[in-house]
Design a protein around this ligand. Structure first.
Ligand code: ARG
Length: 459
């Protein structure tokens, strides 16, 4: 280990207390941004050389040192020093040990613009990787939907968790695809907000040196450059944007998780979980538990917590950088890691689960699920919908009260009769609602074609 001097010890007579270091150091969690930090330093020193603040020999030495630092960190060989309070300090300290030229590395830069830029690069990288992971889940749902449509599987659609109207299973699965596609859009919005270079803002006010922030932005591949140095070092909106996107995604995952739990229960019995994606009970030998779906449901809590926690941290902060902003990283990392783990497990679960076709379809075949179709039958014959609704509702009431089969009542009814009674036949409701975006097989086939196009474009 190297000595215990901090970057800023020159101003101080005594060393920092242990308690201060324990609270203040961010190295335990920000070391995971070492690649982004080193990339930022490479771009920065290249710019320093271009504007004449470093000579070419110094630049080469610093770049070489940065390569070594990166390699050591990558391979877990890096000798962390007592004085390394954060990743920025550690990289610069080690580079300076490797070459004295690195003492010029921090010219025209502050950790305030440096850290903001690092976190922006992290956010962009995470968004790109999470988008891929999410696209894989959408792909899995879509291919199960295509399979379900081919197998002509239908199930009850629900409102108020009461059986409502039969729909294609493909329709139900595709609904989640659309939710997750919106999440990809939201992640894209957060990415645009993160995609702004802020290196060159200095501690808060820019620099008296002839630095060229645009060059750094271009080198790092950012689309935009900050306009106001105060805003640049104080702004963490992009972190909140990402945490929000991940919270909405978390809510979607949670809703799907709940549905999978219901479907896997013996009460519904709509799906059979693969052994590799379910768990058992230590006491009850008969149990097969949907833990992945439950965790998917539960993780929304911490995702929303990370968002509200970090918004609360920022609330009331005066311009510009305040140490409170160091609190941006842990929720960001945690939300990204949480979503990634959950999505991967859910994708495996979706890919491998079995459909209990008989249970789904017999639940959908309840004659009462055809009540709206009976009303529509009357509407097609000129009966105002309100009157049709009342007629069918009366038959349903009578059927329940007298324990008479609805089909008998329909057959006997003068405005309905045998033709209408056919609407109550097993499976006859599944392909009836083919209006745009509807749950019938024809409409669903068109929908899946559109989805495949969109999912294909993601790749
Ligand atoms: N570790 C700090 C953070 O994460 C880096 C910036 C420190 N800046 C400062 N002026 N102390 O925010």
């Amino acid at each position: 280990m190297a000595d215990g001097n901090t970057l800023w010890h020159g101003r101080f007579a005594g060393g920092p207390s242990e308690a201060l270091r324990a609270l203040n150091d961010s190295l335990p969690f920000d070391r995971r941004m070492f690649k982004e930090d080193i990339a930022g330093s490479r771009a920065h020193v290249q710019m320093l050389q271009a504007v004449g603040l470093l000579d070419s020999a110094e630049l080469s030495e610093i770049l070489l040192a940065l390569d070594t630092v990166e390699e050591e960190m990558e391979q877990g060989k890096f000798d962390w020093a007592e004085s390394d309070e954060d990743i920025h300090t550690a990289v610069e300290r080690r580079a300076t040990e490797l070459t004295p030229a690195a003492a010029k590395m921090h010219t025209g830069r502050s950790r305030n613009d440096q850290v903001a830029n690092d976190v922006r690069l992290v956010a962009i990288g995470e968004i790109d990787s999470l988008t891929e992971v999410l696209a894989a889940l959408i792909g899995a749902l879509l291919s199960r939907a295509q399979e379900a449509l081919e197998r002509e599987i239908y199930l009850p659609g629900y409102t108020h968790l009461q059986r409502a109207q039969p729909v294609e299973l493909a329709h139900h699965l595709a609904a989640y695809c659309w939710m997750f596609l919106r999440d990809i859009e939201r992640l894209g919005d957060a990415r645009r907000r993160a995609d702004v270079s802020v290196l060159g803002a200095g501690a808060l006010a820019g620099s008296s040196l002839p630095i060229d922030p645009q060059m750094v932005a271009d080198e790092l591949g950012f689309s935009k450059l900050f306009a106001n140095s105060l805003d640049a070092v104080a702004d963490r909106d992009f972190v909140a944007d990402l945490l929000y996107s991940l919270s909405v995604l978390g809510v979607h995952i949670s809703r799907m998780g709940e549905e999978l739990c219901l479907w896997a229960s013996r009460e519904f019995n709509f799906i059979e979980l693969d052994d590799a994606f379910s768990t058992g009970s230590s006491m009850m030998p008969q149990k097969k538990n949907p833990d992945i779906a439950e965790l998917a449901r539960g993780k929304a809590g911490r995702l929303i917590g990370n968002l509200t926690g970090f918004l609360t941290t920022q609330k009331g902060l005066p311009l510009t950088y305040n140490k409170d902003l160091q609190e941006d990283k842990e929720p960001l990392f945690d939300s990204c890691d949480t979503v990634r783990l959950t999505l991967v497990a859910l994708t495996g679960m979706i890919n491998t689960l079995g459909f209990n076709v008989e249970a789904m379809q017999s639940s959908a075949d309840s004659p009462y699920s055809a009540a709206t179709d009976l009303a529509d039958f009357l509407v097609e014959r000129g009966v105002p919908f309100r009157h049709a609704h009342a007629t069918v509702a009366g038959l349903v009431r009578k059927s329940l009260a007298d324990e008479t089969e609805l089909v008998e009542l329909v057959q006997a009814h003068s405005d309905l009769g045998p033709e209408a009674a056919e609407l109550l036949q097993r499976g006859s409701g599944r392909n009836r609602r083919n209006s745009h975006g509807g749950g019938g097989a024809v409409a669903v086939a068109a929908q899946l074609a559109k989805l495949s196009e969109l999912v294909g474009a993601l790749r």
